[in-house]
Write a protein that binds this ligand. Structure first.
Ligand code: RAT
Ligand code: ZN
Length: 413
């Protein structure tokens, strides 16, 4: 095959391959208002809030005092009307509208709103899954969120397209406050983590694993996260989370490198990035060889080191180009780096979608870059005389888009 032929085949195969989206913030309809969708949610995505604020001279609190619709109007005006929507997140809104069949050249926000008002949520969910070719998404389920907790306690109607993940950030990153909440729920825990407290946290995790049947336990962690050390996060990780992970055969997903509230006025849009300790990840993989770790790090500077760590530990599976890395230039770089050192044993991307409709653009954009990288790689192989069949290509691409993740889950350690 010529390079052009390889390119068009790869494009078609990547486009047609179904995706498993292993980390999102989406919810199925039984969670009611927690499931976000539609144009106003798309426009008020926190990535876009941060970008719009750079052009606005209003006090932060005035922005937060506005209704969602007013915020959406303002962001539309600021990022789409007064300037061209060139950033990745702004472009994403347009890709989404376009793929839904709306005419972006009209720039008619009210027409887009009317479209979303006219669709039925159930049908719309089907449409989004169809357009994005996502087989299922993994949610982020926080038992410390009051609204969400209620749904779990009352019992949810399961939808196989939305799989649970037990999010445990409050335990690892805010133990002072979380221990108080857990005490009020009847767990005999103390602020200082001693054996009884660790046992109670294990009891809590086990109860929620029974209730949620999650795919994994997960936490977003700050760049300062270290194990082993005498911080509650480290002790709770080793004394509570990992023993439960081992016993329940449940992977632990860690997303490391988020500096929360660098600018608190920006609220949900105010987090930043810092470099993580890959030594700590290696320590965990080495000392807990029967626990599976799913890992992504937020700092670009950490990427190479993390890939090397993954070469050393088969209980470490790396995934996604997270948040500030989910931009074409960086996705391309990271995907190449991983492919060159890990072959197919990683998951190229997750969407981190917070708004259902974002599945459409996040996957379209990522797939296009993955296809570019694969075109180069298959062309390099072709130059040696190695021939890859379409079927083999489909097998390979499936690995990158969720197949390797599922194999990792099944692997016996
Ligand atoms: O990407 C995001 O939307 C972030 O705000 C975070 O949610 C991050 O992905 C996380 O899961 O902590
Ligand atoms: Zn996330």
């Amino acid at each position: 095959m010529t390079r052009e032929e390889i390119k068009s085949l790869v494009r078609r195969v990547v486009e047609e391959t179904e995706v498993i989206d292993i980390h999102t913030h989406l919810f199925d309809p039984s969670f009611g208002k927690l499931l976000l969708w539609g144009i106003d949610e798309l426009l008020t995505y926190h990535y876009l809030i941060a970008e719009a604020m750079r052009f606005l001279d209003m006090p932060y609190d005035d922005f937060w005092g506005m209704s969602k619709r007013e915020q959406a109007d303002l962001i539309w005006e600021t990022l789409f009307v007064k300037r061209s929507p060139i950033s990745e997140a702004a472009r994403g809104v347009l890709t989404t509208l376009n793929k839904l069949g709306l005419d972006v050249s009209k720039r008619d926000l009210n027409a887009y709103r009317s479209y979303f008002e006219s669709v039925k949520l159930e049908d719309y969910i089907d449409r989004v899954f169809e357009l994005s070719k996502v087989k299922y998404v993994v949610m982020t389920n926080n038992p410390f969120d009051e609204e969400e907790r209620r749904v779990w306690l009352e019992g949810r109607r399961e939808d196989p397209r939305f799989k649970p993940a037990l999010r445990i950030d409050p335990i690892l990153t805010d133990w002072e406050r979380t221990s108080g909440i857990m005490r009020s729920w009847g767990y005999d825990v103390m602020e200082r983590v001693e054996p009884k407290t660790a046992a109670e946290v294990r009891r809590f995790l086990n109860e929620w694993i029974d209730r949620m049947k999650p795919v994994y336990m997960a936490a977003s962690l700050p760049p300062t996260f270290r194990v082993p050390c005498d911080e509650p996060a480290s002790i709770l990780m080793e004394e509570a989370v990992l023993p439960v992970a081992e016993e329940r055969k449940l992977p632990v997903a860690m997303m490391i490198g988020v500096k929360r509230s660098t600018n608190p006025h920006l609220r949900v849009a105010g987090d930043s990035v810092g470099k993580a300790s890959i030594d700590s990840i290696e320590y965990l993989c080495r000392n807990y060889p029967s626990v599976k770790f799913l890992l992504t790090v937020l700092s670009r500077e950490n990427q190479h080191e993390l890939v090397v760590a993954a070469r050393k530990f088969r209980n470490l599976h790396i995934f996604g180009c997270w948040w500030f890395l989910n931009n074409p230039s960086i996705v391309e770089e990271i995907t190449r780096e991983r492919m060159e050192m890990l072959g197919w044993s990683f998951t190229a991307q997750h969407s981190d979608a917070r708004v259902l409709d974002q599945l459409i653009y996040k996957w379209a954009h990522s797939k296009s870059i993955i296809a570019d990288v694969l075109t180069d790689k298959y062309s390099d192989l072709a130059e040696t005389g190695w021939v890859v069949s379409e079927e083999e290509m489909r097998r390979d691409v499936r690995m990158l888009l969720g197949g390797s993740f599922e194999e990792f889950l099944k692997m016996k350690l």
